[in-house]
Design a protein around this ligand. Structure first.
Ligand code: ADP
Length: 255
């Protein structure tokens, strides 16, 4: 059996007295495309933010690509991760957020080139070539020299996807990437992501309210409610024949 690329083991997370995640466990296989669905506030985004090390955890363990995320081994013992360890772990994971956070004063091309040059020390030429390939893949190469303010929301989000891919992470996280878009712009972003899901062997985790998209995109769907996984399975099963009452009532409301 292949080792999971992500293993989440009894992870708890509280904000003050509010327990967002309750001993949550699940694992993800390399190359797997996973959709996290469920009501607002059920902890889906928090999981992605924890994987990005934007939030800490209160209990449990997470391994990413064979290594502990929040701990590191020192003389055979697990000790809390230091900044150097976290920095290295962050390179394994890329994330695209709900709100496009492109650098406003840089061009589209510069936005995509910047991190490989600054973070990974890639030469400018190589970064430029790779950035243009990625912009081509998301259908944005014609806009390489414009600034984000001149783009539509859907175009900005496609650039944000190219920018996250430029660092060549093993794992990509997508957090409601279409929910801030006007409805007519949603489809162009989903199309790019459908292609990505089909054409790369990258591991992908997606939080979404677009159920038909989750259906097309995912190998497996996790249904969250109140910080726990209530039900999981292949999309055909979850969307056409959910077993749990809570999944059924959520899907009745949303579809
Ligand atoms: P989902 O993505 O399923 O909508 P989230 O993971 O965003 O859920 O949030 C889960 C709960 O945690 C929500 O009730 C939210 O208000 C709360 N929460 C998230 N982040 C914070 C924070 N930084 N401080 C306090 N509460 C938070």
């Amino acid at each position: 059996m292949t080792e999971p690329i992500i293993n989440i083991d009894k992870v708890s997370k509280s904000f003050g007295a509010f327990e967002v995640l309750k001993e949550l466990s699940f694992s993800v296989k390399p190359g797997e495309k996973l959709a996290l669905i469920g009501p607002s506030g059920s902890g889906k985004t928090t999981i992605l933010r924890i994987l990005m090390t934007l939030e800490t955890i209160n209990g449990g363990h997470i391994t990413v690509d064979g290594e502990q995320l929040w701990h590191k081994e020192e003389n055979g013992k697990l000790v809390p991760a230091d900044e150097k360890h976290l920095h290295r772990m962050r390179e394994k994971i890329g994330m695209v957020f709900q709100l496009f956070n492109l650098f406003p004063h840089k061009t589209v091309l510069q936005n995509v080139m910047l991190a490989p040059v600054l973070v990974k020390g890639v030469s400018r030429e190589e970064a430029r070539t790779r950035a243009m390939e990625l912009l081509d893949m998301v259908g944005m190469s014609e806009k390489a020299d414009v600034r984000p303010a001149q783009l539509s929301g859907g175009q900005k989000q496609r650039v944000a996807i190219a920018r996250a891919l430029a660092l060549q992470p093993k794992i990509m996280l997508f957090d409601e990437v279409t929910s801030a878009l006007d409805p007519e712009l949603v489809e162009e972003v989903l199309n790019v992501m459908r292609r990505l899901a089909r054409e790369t062997d990258m591991t992908m985790l997606l939080v979404t309210h677009e159920m038909s998209f989750a259906h097309d995109f995912a190998d497996r769907v996790l249904f969250f409610d109140q910080g726990r996984i209530v039900e999981e399975g292949p999309p055909e099963k979850i969307f056409s024949d959910p077993q749990q009452e809570r999944t059924q009532s959520f899907l009745r409301k949303i579809i």
